[in-house]
Design a protein around this ligand. Structure first.
Ligand SMILES: *Cc1c(COP(=O)(O)O)cnc(C)c1O
Length: 235
């Protein structure tokens, strides 16, 4: 078994254990492999080990990989910051976008989604840690924003996403994920039909699963660094 295949298996096992511990069905949580900064060959290897959903954070890098891997039936998710001048490329090349945090960006994505494609599946990113530097809509604006995004014709609002402040304290991790889950439940009580809570990364996915994550985004626990730093090969 390759390292990527055994890492994937270890992540799947840990997700299933966290789900069982929380009284949830392991199949209710899907694994998104975050392949940003890793080469197309690494993605191909993960695909051969059964992984089909991949996430990228930089548009140019992603377009290169999507083209290089067009022979594989992969589902591409965009999870990075969104600049206005990149919305067309995102609308044309991805199935999902998790990082929508402004109405203007959502409107551009809807307007630029090719009409013959299925709607772009989107999550609204929420800033649950309150740091000035992080992207994400303020929790207090989430309801109004979600209602407006849900009206856009070529998008389908699926749920909420967050990247909490990093930290090893499991109680703090759970408290942050619980805030996102409560917002999600509140929106559904207000009439939206959201089914996706995109939360949890390599260091905190067990806490996210315990708090109701339906999609975890895992990069470093799956993909491995090159055996030699790239520049060492040329010395
Ligand atoms: C990079 C990234 C991840 C994956 O992080 P790891 O710590 O490598 O698992 C998840 N979500 C977002 C938004 C990211 O940018």
């Amino acid at each position: 078994m390759t390292t990527i295949a055994s890492n994937l298996q270890a992540v799947r096992d840990a997700m299933a254990a966290a789900a069982t511990e929380a009284g949830r069905a392991p199949d209710d949580i899907s694994l998104l492999a975050v392949s940003k900064t890793f080469a197309p060959e690494a993605i191909r290897e993960a695909y051969q080990a059964g992984q089909t959903r991949f996430a990228e954070s930089y548009v140019q890098e992603a377009l290169h990989k999507i083209a290089a891997l067009h022979d594989l039936p992969l589902e591409w998710h965009y999870i990075g910051p969104i600049q206005s001048n990149k919305t067309r490329a995102i609308a044309e090349h991805f199935a999902w976008v998790h990082s929508v945090d402004r109405l203007k960006i959502a409107e551009r994505l809807s307007g630029q989604r090719p009409a013959h494609f299925p709607p772009l599946q989107v999550c609204l990113q929420v800033n649950i840690s309150g740091e000035a530097s992080k992207s994400g809509a303020p929790p207090g604006e989430t309801a109004q924003l979600a209602m407006a995004i849900a009206q856009l014709p070529h998008l389908r609002l699926r749920g909420l996403m967050a990247v909490p402040e990093p930290g090893d304290d499991v109680a703090a991790q759970r408290a942050a994920f619980a805030r996102l889950r409560r917002l999600f439940e509140q929106l559904n009580r207000q009439g939206l039909q959201l089914d996706t809570l995109s939360m949890g990364m390599s260091h905190d996915f067990a806490a996210a699963v315990a708090e109701g994550a339906t999609m975890v985004r895992i990069g470093s626990a799956i993909f491995v660094q090159r055996e030699y730093p790239q520049d060492a090969l040329f010395k």
